[in-house]
Design a protein around this ligand. Structure first.
Ligand code: ATP
Length: 453
């Protein structure tokens, strides 16, 4: 399937990610491990940028949010209280001919037996990874790798309340790894067994939940736009009544138009008071909030925007990927939002010899204090521009022989490919202004705008 106006296929994204060091198959020298992926030197940067953008917008920029980092292995009773031990399962069917296994509710969308074989009746398969704590492998030492980060937030509700003195409405956010023994995986990093989530539990007074639910739908859509994902490739899909968990009042998915079609990027649910009540009941602890005005204890309702880091990285890569004609060639460029691009700027000396190279090193060392900066002196300048385009570096700075005379450099804009000569003195300031989108202008004596890319 295609999306945007380019013919973007998953193969192209996987190939670029592999070729440029974004994402590698895990354990590749041993033949790889199905559905496990390693983030390479650029992948780790883009992933970190996605998480930082989320943390900045959802935690640091808000008065009503705090963060947490809870453990992956929790008390097994957590998963009994949450309903995961009894109910966190997907319906699984087997093909009687080719013996392949499928998720019954995904047969038409993600996978389909192409041998035409007969399928077994669906059976429920629990998705939690089991392990044992300590040296004895018996029933009493069973533990689970968390299948979501959310429960770490609920079980710390009272701790956070007591230590931060937050009042309703307020939220707790967490980023971390989760594990699900998915029946079928695939579509690159879209569905894997080990992945990372960015989750918020936002606690509100009962009765205010529907207003806050609408607020978070809007807020989260806006966040995806703020990291550069095009609005036309995002949509909200409300869950049908038969899709809703029994305790959920309402749920929407934010879907992205991935190469394989519209698929879930984030789920936003109104979970009512289910989780806190369950944990209060199973642990015997008071998980209420004391409302000073009404002088009563209340169990808050919860709005949960739950997002995947890996799916966001995939959406960002798909959305940024462009192939455009450039002279007689096709230029591949990742038009990443500057906040997400692994490198913000690249320094490209036109000679590897002194004194050009000395100036290039100086410029590099100044720029890298302010932004992640690449340095590339291998091959022709044309090939270097192509390389930086493919990894999504917004600006390239070329140092040439004229630089030695006029103390100026050429700055090339990734998207327009326009070039501008500017004095080294204003380089850092100008790039910072461009990256932050400020309308900042440095005027040279002649009055020409340096920032007129
Ligand atoms: P799906 O229906 O695709 O299995 P889900 O509805 O079970 O997803 P949630 O439990 O709502 O997913 O998890 C919240 C988010 O975590 C998802 O929107 C997705 O971004 C991410 N996520 C869930 N499972 C996976 C996975 N196996 N691989 C990568 N990301 C995942």
């Amino acid at each position: 399937m295609e999306n945007n106006n380019n013919k973007i296929t998953m193969e192209k994204i996987v190939s670029l990610a592999r070729r440029r060091g974004y994402i590698f198959p895990s354990s590749e020298i041993y033949g790889g491990l199905s559905s496990c992926w390693d983030y390479g030197p650029l992948g780790v940067e883009i992933k970190r940028n996605v998480k930082n953008a989320w943390w900045q917008a959802m935690i640091h920029n808000r008065d009503d949010m705090v963060g947490l980092d809870t453990s992956i292995i929790m008390h097994p009773k957590v998963w009994e209280a949450s309903g995961h031990v009894s109910g966190f399962s997907d319906p699984m069917v087997d093909c009687m001919d080719c013996k392949q296994r499928f998720r019954a509710d995904h047969l038409t969308t993600e996978n389909c037996p192409n041998c035409g074989g007969k399928l077994t009746q669906p059976r429920q398969f629990n998705l939690m990874f089991k392990t044992f704590i300590g040296p004895v492998e018996d029933q009493a030492s069973i533990a689970y790798l968390r299948p979501e980060t959310a429960q770490g937030i609920f079980v710390n509700f009272a701790n956070v309340l007591n230590t931060t003195r937050k009042k309703l409405p307020f939220g707790i956010g967490q980023i971390g790894k989760s594990f699900r023994n998915e029946i079928t995986t695939g579509n690159f990093i879209f569905r894997s067994r080990e992945f990372e989530q960015m989750e918020i539990e936002f606690f509100v007074k009962p009765g205010e939940d529907e207003t806050w639910f609408k607020y978070w739908l809007e807020e989260r859509l806006n966040w995806f736009s703020s990291i550069g994902i095009k609005k036309e490739n995002l949509k909200l899909r409300q869950h049908r009544k038969d899709e809703l968990a029994h305790y959920a009042k309402d749920c929407y998915d934010i879907e992205y138009l991935f190469p394989m079609g519209w698929s879930e990027l984030e789920g936003i649910a109104n979970r009512a008071d289910f989780d806190l009540k369950q944990h209060a009941h199973h642990s015997g602890n008071d998980l209420t909030f004391f409302d000073e005005q009404a002088k009563e204890h209340i169990v808050p309702f919860v709005i949960e925007p739950s997002s995947g880091v890996d799916r966001t990285v995939l959406a960002v890569l798909c959305d940024a990927y462009c192939e455009e004609p450039d002279k007689d060639e096709i230029r591949t460029v990742l038009k990443l939002h500057p906040s997400i691009a692994p490198y913000k700027v690249a320094v490209l000396p036109l000679s590897r010899k002194e004194p050009v190279v000395n100036v290039a090193h100086e410029v590099h060392s100044v720029l890298r204090k302010s932004f992640p900066t690449a340095y590339d002196d291998a091959q022709s300048i044309g090939r270097r521009y192509r390389r930086q385009d493919e990894i999504g570096t917004p600006y390239c700075v070329t140092i040439d022989f004229d630089t030695l005379e006029d103390n100026s450099v050429t700055v090339r804009d990734r998207d327009s490919m326009r070039q501008l000569r500017m004095p080294i003195d204003v380089l850092c300031q100008s790039i910072a202004a461009k990256l932050s989108g400020e309308l900042f202008e440095v005027l040279p004596p002649g009055g020409k705008h340096w920032l007129g890319f």
